[in-house]
Design a protein around this ligand. Structure first.
Ligand SMILES: [Zn+2]
Length: 260
């Protein structure tokens, strides 16, 4: 028998209230994969751990082995993401990243690579990097680390070379599709511009420091979002709930920085 308690650095991906005052936390841990734990009495006003049991909380958790779920017994903060929590766009982006990390990982399987992607993404949202770029980088790197890397080097249908011209994008086929295959297919596929293909390749092979140097105008940003969201939804086989919040925020009138 191992020890009854253990410590795990983790980020809370999801919470589910249970009974009168308890809450189930889905933790993405650095070394123990993804685990669900129960935080007992966490919703009572006196709970000293309440601040560690929200989505995007990042702490070292002390956990006791339980019969079904392990039980939260203590926590030490690792990052507060204070700036991130002050800004709706960044909160929505953080929730989006937590949601796709939850959906692309399975419980109890090693998830150190996914943890590193989420940690990097949240810390760069906190530092004020453009939230769309952080989300696209996280999309590609979570897909890559969890075995769903989109094909960007050759045609995902015929494995032929992709010419430097507008190709197409097909989540169903697994990525980029060449013009010859598009001509042969009856139904139309969304166009994949040359600069979108190059940007996807660059983001996929770059750490965030390099990725943050990519210049993305609004048209390119929208194209990348459209393609990666379609790809992610195909892989997950369902809608991404927090993507709807991002869309709603994007439709709000833009705040003018110097307005009085
Ligand atoms: Zn082809």
């Amino acid at each position: 028998m191992g020890s009854r308690t253990y410590r795990a650095e983790a980020i809370v991906l999801k919470t589910l209230d249970l009974g009168e005052a308890d809450r189930i936390l889905t933790l993405l841990t650095r070394h123990h994969g993804k685990v669900k734990v129960v935080a007992k009495g966490i919703r009572r006003p006196t709970s000293r751990l309440a601040g560690y049991a929200e989505p995007l909380s990042h702490a070292t958790y002390q956990l006791a082995r339980g019969r079904e779920l392990d039980v939260l017994t203590g926590a030490e903060s690792r990052a507060t993401y204070r700036e991130l929590r002050e800004d709706l766009d960044r909160i929505a982006a953080g929730w989006y990243i937590a949601e796709i990390a939850d959906r692309t990982t399975v419980e109890h399987a090693p998830a150190a690579a996914a943890f590193a992607v989420v940690e990097t993404a949240l810390s760069h949202l906190e530092a004020g990097h453009p939230h769309a770029l952080v989300c696209r980088w996280a999309d590609l790197h979570l897909l890559d680390r969890t075995g769903f890397r989109p094909e960007l080097l050759v045609c995902s249908r015929c494995t032929g070379t992709l010419q430097e011209r507008t190709n197409a994008w097909s989540p169903f086929d697994g990525g980029a599709v060449c013009t010859t295959c598009v001509d042969r297919s009856a139904g139309g596929l969304p166009a994949l511009s040359v600069r979108a293909l190059k940007s996807l390749r660059y983001l996929l092979t770059s750490d965030f420091a390099a990725a943050s140097r990519l210049r993305v105008d609004e048209i390119l940003e929208r194209e990348l979002e459209r393609h990666l969201r379609a790809f992610m939804q195909h892989v997950l086989d369902r809608e991404i709930a927090s993507a709807r919040l991002i869309d709603e925020l994007a439709r709000l009138p833009r705040r003018v920085p110097n307005a009085v």
